[in-house]
Design a protein around this ligand. Structure first.
Ligand SMILES: Cc1ncc(COP(=O)(O)O)c(C=O)c1O
Length: 366
C-alpha cells in the first residue's frame, strides 16, 4: 500500500471545502462580529429545519450541551440519571458535574447501545432522567426509551454526539426526548474546526433557559438571572458548520457505502462485524468490529500499516474519576465488548484502494 492510511483525515475534507470556508472566515474576521452573530443564528435555524424541531441552541461543546440540558431539567444533588457505561467519558462526567449520580445499565451485545430490557428495573424515586447514547452513529431503542420516560415522568436527554443524521423509524435521533445534544468535535460526522455543540428542544421555556445558561445566566447585558456558563458557539465555527451541513447527506452516503463495502467484503470468522438493528438509519461515526484477542489483532494491523481506534477500552463505572460513587457493578456485555471492540478507519474521504487493502489484510488474519 503506497499511500499511508489514516484513522481519519480532516485535511481532505477541508481541502474540498476550502474555497467556501476561507471566504466565510475572512468575512467574519472583517465584520468584527465574532460571537453570537448571524452565522450562529443561521446555523440554529438550519438545525431546526434539518431535524424538524422547534428550537436549537448552540453552545461550546457536546459536553456543555449535556450539562446545560441537565441543568435545564433541574437535575442535581441526590438525583440519579440512567445511562450507558459504554460511551465516551463526557456522558457520565456531565451527570456527575451537575451533582447527580450516573446509574449504569448494561448494553445490548449486538448494537452496543443501552439494553432496553434492563432499564426499568433501575428506575427509583431518585431517577430524574435517562441519557441514552446512540453509540457509533446507530440509534438506540429510542422510541421505546421515550415511552419509558413518559410512563415514569422522567426526562429524556439524548446524547447524539455520534449520531447526527441517524434515524429510528424515519425520525432523527435527538428529536424523541426533551433534549437532543450534539457535539461538533472535529471527528464527529458534522464537525467544526475546534469545539462546539448544539441542543435541540421543542419547549420554548427550555430554549429560553438554555440561551440564558450558555450566556452567564442572562440575555441582557449585566443582568444575570442564574449562575450560568460561558458556553457560546463562535461565528467562525458556525460558518464552518453551515458549509458542512450542506454536504452532510453526501458525507453520510459515503460513510454508508464504506460500511457496506467493509461488511460485504470482510470474511473472517475471527471478526464480528457491526450489527444494524431494524428500523435504524446508521451514520457510522465509527465502524467498530469485535475480535477475541484484540492485542494480537491490533499488533497485526499495526504491522500492516492499518491505524485503528479503541472506543472504549474501559467500562465507565471503572473510571478512577468516579470512584467516590463506589460502583460495584459488573455488567457482563460491557465487560466483554470493552475487551474486544476495535474501530477501523471510517471517514467519507477514505479511498477505495485503502478500503480494499484493509479488507485484504483483515481477511488474511489467522
Ligand atoms: C458519546 C459522546 N458524548 C459526549 C461527547 C462530548 O462532546 P465534546 O467533545 O464536544 O464535548 C462525545 C465526544 O467525544 C461523545 O462521543
Amino acid at each position: 500500500m503506497k499511500e499511508s492510511i489514516k484513522i481519519f483525515d480532516l485535511t481532505k475534507q477541508f481541502k474540498n471545502l476550502s474555497k467556501e470556508i476561507n471566504r466565510d472566515v475572512i468575512n467574519i474576521l472583517r465584520s468584527g462580529q465574532y460571537i453570537l452573530g448571524k452565522n450562529v443564528h443561521q446555523l440554529e435555524n438550519a438545525f431546526t429545519k434539518f431535524l424538524n424541531v422547534k428550537y436549537a441552541v448552540s453552545c461550546n461543546s457536546g459536553t456543555d450541551a449535556l450539562i446545560l440540558s441537565l441543568r435545564a431539567s433541574k437535575i442535581g444533588k441526590n438525583d440519579e440519571v440512567i445511562t450507558t457505561p459504554f460511551t465516551y467519558f463526557a456522558t457520565a462526567e456531565a451527570i456527575a458535574l451537575v451533582g447527580a449520580k450516573p446509574i449504569f445499565v448494561d448494553i445490548n451485545p449486538d448494537t452496543y447501545n443501552i439494553d432496553i430490557n434492563q432499564i426499568e428495573k433501575h428506575i427509583t424515586k431518585k431517577t430524574k432522567a435517562i441519557m441514552p447514547v446512540h453509540i457509533f452513529g446507530q440509534s438506540s431503542d429510542i422510541d421505546k426509551i421515550a415511552i419509558i420516560c413518559k410512563k415514569h415522568k422522567i426526562k429524556l436527554i439524548e446524547d447524539c454526539a455520534q449520531s447526527f443524521g441517524a434515524k429510528k423509524n424515519g425520525l432523527y435521533t435527538g428529536t424523541f426526548g426533551d433534549f437532543g445534544c450534539y457535539s461538533f468535535f472535529p471527528t464527529k460526522n458534522l464537525g467544526c474546526a475546534g469545539d462546539g455543540g448544539m441542543i435541540v428542544t421543542n419547549s420554548k421555556k427550555n430554549m429560553i433557559y438554555l440561551k440564558k445558561l450558555r450566556n452567564h445566566g442572562g440575555l441582557t447585558r449585566n443582568i444575570h438571572e442564574y449562575i450560568g456558563y460561558n458556553s457560546r458557539l463562535d461565528e467562525i465555527q458556525a460558518a464552518v458548520l453551515l458549509t458542512k451541513l450542506k454536504k452532510i447527506k453526501a458525507f453520510d452516503k459515503k460513510r454508508n457505502i464504506i460500511a457496506k463495502k467493509y461488511k460485504s467484503s470482510i470474511i473472517n470468522n475471527k471478526i464480528k462485524l457491526p450489527y444494524q438493528a431494524e428500523g435504524t438509519h446508521h451514520v457510522y461515526n465509527q465502524f467498530t468490529i469485535c475480535v477475541k484477542n484484540r492485542k494480537r489483532f491490533s499488533k497485526y494491523l499495526e504491522n500492516n500499516g492499518i491505524p485503528y481506534g479503541v472506543y472504549y477500552p474501559i467500562p465507565i463505572y471503572k473510571q478512577k474519576a468516579l470512584k467516590s460513587f463506589k460502583y460495584k457493578c459488573y455488567l457482563k456485555n460491557t465487560e466483554k465488548i470493552t475487551k474486544e471492540c476495535i474501530s477501523l478507519p471510517m471517514y467519507p474521504e477514505l479511498s477505495i484502494s485503502a478500503i480494499d487493502y484493509i479488507v485484504e489484510k483483515i481477511n488474511n488474519y489467522k
